[in-house]
Design a protein around this ligand. Structure first.
Ligand code: ARG
Length: 262
């Protein structure tokens, strides 16, 4: 995770961002700290990346890389405003002794990649349509040695996979069908008949931008409908308030790069 000490909305690279929107950095840091403490309280380890003053979106740490079984597939950002973030993440992984593979094509890390260890020996779900180049799906498959299922996003409000779909445990996902093309909706229906289906209100409240450890699903507090559905499906919803970070087009999941070690 990376604290939002320099968070700002000075440019627009997704439909949620309105340049000039006033941001309460103190509140953003406070909300982010509650999220970090929530993860710590659930027993997880959190590493903190130092933020860069010239990188207002660096709080969305999910976009910096995607790791599976100790191998890190690095990110390459679509927009120049964020491109310098990739090297900061790379430095972290190298320092920690991970095997890091630099990408040759555009991909925005965990923003567009999710992982289900219990499917097909480890299945990567990969989004495209707005940010990640579909060529990165093939590259991720060869770098990570795991099959990749390509999912086509079609609604610009859901410009990353992680705002439209979430892994809930080793096998199952939650998603909002309206974020995807018709062929992809068919693929998702076939692959995940037991998925938790979110409605548009919960998706727009960034409810799907959640992180689950298989039991607890930490999600944006405004997604109350989805929280109820998750509870009914046997998960424990853990709501957190991240209102400030919505101004940049992100929530819980965007703030976290999950570290999947060997
Ligand atoms: N302002 C950031 C961008 O547009 C938000 C990134 C959100 N991150 C995510 N994993 N969905 O790139």
């Amino acid at each position: 995770m990376c604290p939002p000490e320099y968070f700002a909305v000075g440019y627009a690279i997704n439909p949620w961002m309105a340049p000039g929107t006033p941001v309460d950095v103190e509140l953003a840091v406070k909300q982010w700290t509650v999220l970090r403490d929530t993860l710590l309280g659930l027993g997880h380890t959190v590493h903190v990346l130092p933020p860069g003053p010239e990188l207002p979106d660096m709080v969305y740490a999910a976009n910096g890389a995607f790791s599976v079984h100790g191998v890190v597939y690095g990110a390459r950002f679509r927009y120049p405003q964020r491109s310098a973030e990739a090297d900061r993440h790379r430095a972290f992984y190298l320092e920690q002794g991970w095997r890091y593979v630099a990408p040759t094509v555009i991909n925005e890390g965990e923003g567009d990649f999710a992982y289900l260890p219990g499917r097909l020996g480890g299945l990567v779900l990969a989004g495209h349509g707005f940010r990640t180049d579909p060529a990165a799906h093939a590259e991720a498959q060869s770098v990570l040695g795991r099959p990749v299922l390509s999912l086509h996003l079609s609604d610009p409000r859901f410009y990353h996979l992680d705002v439209a779909l979430a892994a809930l445990d080793d096998h199952t996902v939650a998603y909002f069908p309206g974020a995807f093309t018709a062929p992809t909706r068919q693929i998702l229906r076939n692959a995940f008949p037991d998925a938790v289906i979110a409605d548009e209100d919960d998706a727009l409240a960034f409810g799907l931008n959640l992180i689950s450890d298989g039991r607890h699903a930490v999600l944006n507090s405004e997604a109350t409908g989805l929280a109820a559905k998750l509870r009914a499906a046997g998960y424990e919803p853990v709501p957190v308030e991240l209102g400030e970070l919505k101004k940049g087009g992100g929530s819980v999941r965007c703030c976290i790069a999950e570290l999947r070690s060997a």
